[in-house]
Design a protein around this ligand. Structure first.
Ligand code: SAH
Length: 264
């Protein structure tokens, strides 16, 4: 059973005055001269909102239609979640290394997963479980879309990194957990949504069990080759839990890091 660490709100020291809370990030922040079109944020002191808006435009052009997801992607400062050497690439549609052999997903993959999770609903999701906190970026976006987010990471180094990245943003409805997400997190169940950022051979039964009736799970799964797909390749799986049972839909090919059991 993963052990919850303190909620972010409880464990935080007040942010320094120069740091903008995430909810106000789009309009706040330190103002600087308008960015030229090709400019990218050089550091936390700069107003990165215009660069982020261009990322959002590209997401929309690429087929993301959920305005709530687009707004959340426009708010969360992705450059805070990558190493300083990679800040210039933070708003490109690319995955980036976050240490320990793991990667932050591409913005369009994050947006696509969250759009599928929301399934066009009005308003926020209730409680949501994320497997694979990584650097904490997707968790921060999710926290804008759900009442309560539980996010589990199996690598202590990344769990700590996510906590550091998120500290200044003060996201009171996001709870970071260190543990093996293969078993889910029963204490928070049932979940309106479950989203995994790592792909395994199959979706663990615990996730299905912890999904609420009416809830939806979005996860990459490794293809077994039986349906004509290349063995070892991954595809996005959507699972809807209804009163009548579980409905599974396999969507496009994706490329995620592997889902592993145990902690390290
Ligand atoms: N959403 C993340 C993506 C991180 S990559 C972000 O925005 O950065 C996927 C993460 O899943 C990795 O950090 C990996 O360690 C983690 N992971 C893999 N198997 C896991 C498991 N069983 N439980 C919890 N986390 C797991």
């Amino acid at each position: 059973m993963p052990r919850p660490t303190a909620t972010l709100a409880a464990s935080l020291v007040p942010p320094p005055k120069s740091v903008t809370p995430v909810a106000r990030a789009a309009s706040g922040g330190v103002r600087s001269a308008p960015l030229p079109v090709a400019a990218v944020p050089q550091g936390l002191g700069m107003d990165s909102a215009p660069v982020r808006q261009r990322m959002v435009q590209k997401l929309a052009q690429g087929g993301i239609v959920d305005e709530v997801v687009l707004a959340a992607m426009g708010t969360v400062e992705r450059h805070r979640f990558v190493d300083s050497a990679l800040v210039n690439q933070a708003y490109e549609d690319t995955s980036l290394p976050i240490g320990l052999g793991q990667t932050i997903s591409k913005p369009n993959v994050v947006a696509r997963m969250l759009e599928l999770l929301r399934n066009g609903r009005q308003g926020k999701l209730g409680r949501v479980l994320e497997i694979g906190t990584g650097c904490g970026y997707q968790a921060a976006v999710l926290a804008q879309l759900a009442e309560e987010v539980y996010s589990i990471e199996r690598l202590r180094g990344l769990h700590d990194k996510a906590r550091d990245n998120l500290r200044a943003l003060r996201v009171p409805n996001l709870h970071l957990l260190f543990g093996d997400g293969m078993v889910g997190y029963a204490k928070g169940a049932p979940y309106a949504g479950i989203v995994a950022a790592a792909g395994g051979e199959a979706v663990p039964q615990a996730w299905i069990d912890q999904l609420a009736v009416g809830g939806r799970l979005v996860a990459p799964v490794v293809a077994n080759g039986r349906d004509g797909s290349r063995p070892g390749s991954q595809a996005l799986l959507v699972v809807d839990k209804t009163a009548q049972g579980v409905r599974q839909t396999l969507l496009e090919a994706v490329h995620f890091v592997p889902l592993k059991s145990g902690t390290a």
